[in-house]
Ligand binder design. Sequence first.
Ligand SMILES: [Zn+2]
Length: 241
Amino acid sequence: MKFALAEDERVEATPGAVGLCPGCGAQLIARCGSKKVWHWAHKGQRHCDDWWEPETDWHRSWKNCFPTDLQEIPSRDEAGELHIADIKVPNGLVVEVQHSAIKSEEVRKRTIFHAPMIWVVDGLRRKTDKIQFEKALGSEFWHRSDEPVVSRLSPYQVRLIEEWCDLQVIVAFDFGGEYVWLMSARDWACGVGFWYKKKKLVANVRESTDIPYIFFEEKNRMGKVIKRTHTIPNSLPKPGG
Ligand SMILES: [Zn+2]
């Protein structure tokens, strides 16, 4: 973890520092080696949040887009189960930042626990993901000439889509640039999305403003739109709502 509590202040790990876990209150050890990012660890190997994963620089760079008091926020469900959200803003929206491989069953469980939420997925963990993604985008399987350009990617062509398309929440794929590919709608088994500036996404989350929507429009014979639907609810609740 990035933060421990020391005299009720959230402090980062530095050599020799001591602090308590904001989740369970146990004493933590500051791990400040050269291989991993400096972090706090529970004594022994057991973390009080069994969903917790070792952090990378990539995790930290996403967390650091947000003020420190919005990072690593513990909460419990009705059964008393504890989990620490990577980022949680005051209106309740959670952002989970995922680098490691994860089973879809596990993703579903976490999505239900944290909802409303969005996922940010590391598109650079596997060497082939970015190549696959760009190839599929380039093949123009389907795209709408909206602004921004909306594309539809098949789970049969893109493994990331296959793994993440089943959720009813927004998923941002991060391939390391200034933009993320924001999957914010579904069309059958396909993921529908567009490139979106990371900075804008962060601002949307921090300020509880809407991410651009993808609508599916049904038109009558006269070409008039009679129905607009979207397949993924915009997961950004309004302040106080
Ligand atoms: Zn703990």
